[in-house]
Design a protein around this ligand. Structure first.
Ligand SMILES: NC(=O)c1ccc[n+]([C@@H]2O[C@H](COP(=O)([O-])OP(=O)(O)OC[C@H]3O[C@@H](n4cnc5c(N)ncnc54)[C@H](OP(=O)(O)O)[C@@H]3O)[C@@H](O)[C@H]2O)c1
Length: 243
């Protein structure tokens, strides 16, 4: 990524201020000192001198408040333009809000037609926290949905475009991923149509409140699993080497 960005800046394809770069502290890198150290490595490998947004990837119990202290320092020092969290539930966000000097700007959580996070969508805006939705297309699996396909036909839009437009109308910052240029263009063309109340109600009705996709594939995260325990099974860390 760092090499790609450096090349794009060098040949004038984009300027730094035209792009928005987010990174996160991995689960195994949390705590005050380690977060600060790891941040330096991330920035060096990206070949950037600031990030636009830096997140705590997951609320590792017993550590996330200390990790937040490090993010506050990075924010105050001007190393990041905004700081936030990811995968926080309401309870842990309340703990963080009580401890924080700088309030989180963002909570990045799974948001797609099967998982519409009603509780967080009420809580976050009341605290000026923007909800950012990861896996908005359900990792691709939401693209087969017949209800959304019908809405797409009505508007002359693809299923992906309808889902992303729904996110937008719900006030969710949506971050679809694709490796195909054509799909990137398609996913950005959502500002020239509007879903009506009927469409919105139909998509809202698809919510199953299930972390449907990612976690199930690992077989260790379900409705009966303690939320904070998940980190013990996913103790990942950002490598220190510069590839
Ligand atoms: N904070 C977290 O814990 C967390 C967890 C998971 C993901 N995320 C982030 O969320 C972002 C997106 O998540 P995601 O990649 O899991 O899922 P996603 O964006 O919901 O889905 C990506 C899949 O949809 C396909 N796709 C994208 N646009 C399409 C289109 N217009 N038509 C047909 N297929 C299309 C992609 O295929 P192709 O690439 O082949 O086009 C890929 O298979 C990423 O930036 C990821 O890092 C964050």
């Amino acid at each position: 990524m760092g090499r790609g960005l450096a090349a794009a800046f060098a040949d004038g394809a984009v300027r730094r201020q035209d792009i928005f770069v987010t990174s996160k502290v991995a689960n195994g890198d949390q705590g005050y000192r380690r977060t600060l150290d790891k941040f330096e490595g991330t920035l060096r490998r990206l070949q950037l001198d600031y990030l636009d947004l830096y997140l705590i990837h997951w609320p590792v119990d017993g550590q996330y408040v200390e990790t937040w202290r490090a993010l506050e320092k990075l924010y105050r020092d001007g190393r990041v333009r905004a700081i936030g969290v990811s995968n926080f539930d309401v309870q842990r966000l309340q703990v963080l809000l009580r401890a924080a000097d700088v309030q989180p700007a963002v909570n990045q959580i799974e948001f797609n037609p099967l998982m519409q996070e009603q509780a967080m969508r009420k809580f976050a805006p009341a605290h000026n926290i923007t909800v950012e939705g990861w896996s908005p297309l359900g990792g691709g699996k939401a693209l087969n949905n017949p209800v959304i396909a019908l809405i797409g036909q009505k508007h002359g839009k693809s299923v992906a475009q309808v889902i992303l437009r729904y996110d937008l109308q719900c006030g969710i910052v949506t971050i679809p991923k694709t490796v195909h240029e054509q799909r990137m263009v398609e996913n950005a063309r959502i500002f020239d149509f509007e879903l009506d109340d009927q469409d919105v109600a139909a998509i809202a009705g698809l919510d199953q409140n299930q972390h449907a996709l990612w976690y199930d594939a690992f077989g260790w995260y379900g409705s009966d699993t303690d939320f904070g325990m998940a980190t013990q099974k996913w103790p990942d860390s950002t490598p220190d080497y510069d590839a």
